[in-house]
Design a protein around this ligand. Structure first.
Ligand SMILES: [Zn+2]
Length: 381
């Protein structure tokens, strides 16, 4: 069966599945391992990440890869219409399908999934509250605020993840500042305008309201970092800070961290790219240390670390690290998976990117019915 036939038959199957969706209350409690999915993102090449001699991520390559299963040859399939880019690659990881997205109506180039995401599968299968299924996003990527649930005939907002990002914090802060009314009138007007701009960027994301637990998370964040935006870490260090605090305060069962800063190389400076890879590597050290030190996560957490997409490797191009030209290298990624129940070793054959979602599903004990790929063979002990 080729992929297109497979797509059609799974769509038919999905239509019948949609009718039998169980109510949340009937779902069983979750007892499986926690999963932390780290998008080593913004698009990275193998050369600067997993190549032993030239890596800028030594902790990933020399400490984490030997801790579990290392897949040096993960590939984005060369299907017609597949774009090797950030939102697309991230949705491949979350749905286990290619091209399972559409542009959000009325907003332009923002994508929303049209097949169930791992968040939705997980919350449909198990009674896990929304604040324990989390997506941590970059501060200037409101286009990735739509991945918490998808559109179409599948599970939807009832099974969404919650989102932690600076964008979300600003929504919280502006709402509080307006409700408190303590600022002088001209400053209040500015806050009102700021809030309006935030809501325009992300018309769907503001509803439903965050859970009381996530609201309390922001309340503590505001106490520590204030209203100015000058005190909190920025860029991918901010994502690490949000993630480590979330692990301590919200105990997510499934956490996805969407690192992104290597992508600044689009503007031409290769040292921004390699520096950003090193910062993600430091972030990985903090995340893994936090998990190893916390009884909720220690010996009960599987890490899956994988890029959204590769980048070009054309030494003749003015900026040799783009990723929009469908080059072979832009399709080449990798994955590192470790934790309880995961074997140690190297998978020395090509693995398709669509295997990641069904593999996470298998590790957590549900089925990603509409994924195109299969769970990785031989990964589990
Ligand atoms: Zn990019």
């Amino acid at each position: 069966m080729d992929r297109r036939q497979f797509t059609l038959s799974t769509l038919g199957l999905a239509a019948s599945l949609a009718i039998q969706r169980p109510a949340l209350a009937q779902s069983a409690g979750y007892r499986g391992p926690n999963v932390i999915l780290v998008r080593f993102g913004g698009g990275v090449r193998r050369a600067e990440t997993i190549d032993e001699a030239t890596t800028w991520a030594p902790y990933l390559r020399h400490t984490l890869a030997p801790r579990g299963t290392f897949i040096p040859d993960l590939r984005i399939d060369r299907l017609e219409g597949v774009n090797t880019s950030h939102a697309e690659g991230t949705l491949n990881l979350l749905t286990g399908r290619y091209l399972a997205y559409r542009e959000l109506p009325g907003v332009g180039d923002q994508l929303e999934p049209t097949a169930p995401t791992l968040f939705e599968y997980l919350r449909r299968a198990f009674d896990i509250p929304s604040h324990q299924v989390l997506l941590v996003n970059g501060e200037d990527r409101p286009q990735e605020e739509f991945f918490t649930f998808g559109a179409g005939d599948h599970f939807g907002v009832e099974y969404r993840s919650e989102m932690l990002s600076l964008h979300r914090y600003k929504l919280y802060r502006t709402a509080m500042q307006l409700a408190e009314g303590r600022l002088p009138e001209d400053e209040l007007r500015k806050v009102q305008e700021e809030r309006q701009t935030l809501l325009t960027k992300d018309p769907r994301g503001a509803t439903p309201d965050p859970s009381p637990q996530v609201t309390a998370f922001w309340e503590r964040w505001r106490q520590d970092f204030g209203d100015t935006g000058f005190k909190n870490p920025r860029g991918d260090r901010l994502l690490t800070e949000l993630s480590v605090r979330a692990m301590a305060e919200l105990q997510p069962r499934f956490l996805m961290v969407n690192y992104q800063d290597p992508d600044y190389v689009h503007w031409g400076n290769p040292s921004h790219y390699t520096r950003a890879i090193a910062i993600i590597d430091e972030g990985l050290q903090r995340l893994v240390s936090a998990a190893d030190a916390n009884p909720f996560y220690r010996d009960n957490t599987i890490f899956v670390i994988t890029p959204d997409c590769g980048r070009d490797a054309n030494p003749l191009a003015e900026v040799p690290f783009q990723h929009h030209f469908n080059s072979r290298s832009a399709h080449e990624t990798w994955a590192v998976i470790f934790g309880p129940g995961i074997g140690k070793g190297v998978i020395d054959r090509p693995v398709d990117q669509s295997a990641i979602a069904p593999t996470i599903a298998a590790a957590m004990g549900f089925s990603a019915d509409r994924a195109e790929g299969d769970a990785l063979d031989g990964l589990f002990l």
